[in-house]
Design a protein around this ligand. Structure first.
Ligand SMILES: [Zn+2]
Ligand SMILES: [Zn+2]
Length: 291
């Protein structure tokens, strides 16, 4: 097992700063707390509506301005660039429940949660990652811009901007430390999709759509990730822009629907109930209806 030294370093630094922040923050302003909550939601939307549902699964089409917005929001979550993210996640779906899944739950809950990031993929997993085609994203100028200026975008978008805003009410010091706490909470919320939303027994509540897979419905994960925890549904119907049934708590789906109403997104793919989807055709957009 080879360690991913670069990733260990960056994850350790972010966690260390968050820990220091827990002690350093004193008399934090309510405005700073609200600001960080808003930043948490924005960065999560960048991951869920951007990295995940737009770029990885192509469940809808987004205008250039919306893509810029999602790219900037997603970058502030500190989860690397969207192309890297999509490549891992496409491999995850193609290899669901196999050891070759980059964050395979079969290697343990810790591995699926964060352990996979701390080590280099083994040969089997790397060969599957290499097979994941992201050529549809590599020509995207917005994502090329993100790759080129990734570190600067994080420093400005995830820390600099909130700190400057908090200077309006003289709370930049607390806001600086709170940024790291917010980033760590967002990281672990996303990690929970790979860990907690992949463990559970074969009950109708956990797996209402496909009992042959390990992904489960998890309310807690849905709450903290703005609707990404309806994971049995998502693995069964990965091209559905909602990633859940219509009646579920799903702020990301509501956000995408809002962008459609504003003319910023089109071609929202929805599960077609009349077509029986199976493992071989569930990624095929032709088996979904377009809204
Ligand atoms: Zn999954
Ligand atoms: Zn997915």
């Amino acid at each position: 097992m080879a360690l991913n030294v670069e990733m260990i370093r960056s994850i350790s630094v972010i966690h260390a700063f968050a820990m220091i922040g827990m002690f350093a923050i004193k008399n934090i302003s309510i405005y700073t707390v609200i600001l960080q909550a808003v930043w948490y939601v924005l960065s999560m939307i960048g991951i869920t509506a951007g990295y995940h549902r737009l770029w990885t699964h192509r469940t809808y089409d987004a205008s250039t301005s919306l893509q810029w917005f999602l790219m900037l929001c997603g970058t502030s979550a500190c989860q690397k660039d969207a192309i890297w993210w999509a490549k891992s996640h496409r491999t995850h779906h193609r290899n669901e429940d196999k050891l070759s899944d980059p964050y395979s739950i079969n290697r343990g809950v810790f591995y699926a949660h964060i352990g996979w990031l701390l080590q280099m993929p083994d040969e089997l997993t790397q060969s599957e990652i290499d097979k994941s085609d992201v050529s549809d994203l590599e020509g995207n100028e917005i994502l090329q811009f993100q790759e080129k200026y990734y570190t600067r975008l994080i420093v400005i978008g995830s820390i600099g901007l909130p700190v400057i805003i908090a200077s309006i009410w003289n709370d930049s010091y607390n806001c600086f430390w709170a940024c790291f706490v917010r980033i760590v909470l967002g990281l672990h919320a996303t990690y929970c999709v790979n860990s907690l939303a992949h463990i559970g027994s074969d009950t109708d509540t956990n797996k209402p759509y496909d009992k042959s897979i390990q992904a489960v419905e998890n309310r807690f994960v849905s709450f903290i990730t703005l609707g990404e925890g309806w994971h049995n549904y998502h693995h069964a119907f990965p091209k559905d822009f909602r990633a859940s049934e219509k009646n579920k708590y799903n702020p990301t789906a509501w956000f995408i629907q809002l962008t459609k109403a504003l003319g910023l997104s089109t071609n929202l793919y929805e599960r077609c109930e009349s077509i029986k989807l199976n493992r071989s055709n569930k990624f095929d957009k032709r088996n979904y209806v377009v809204l």
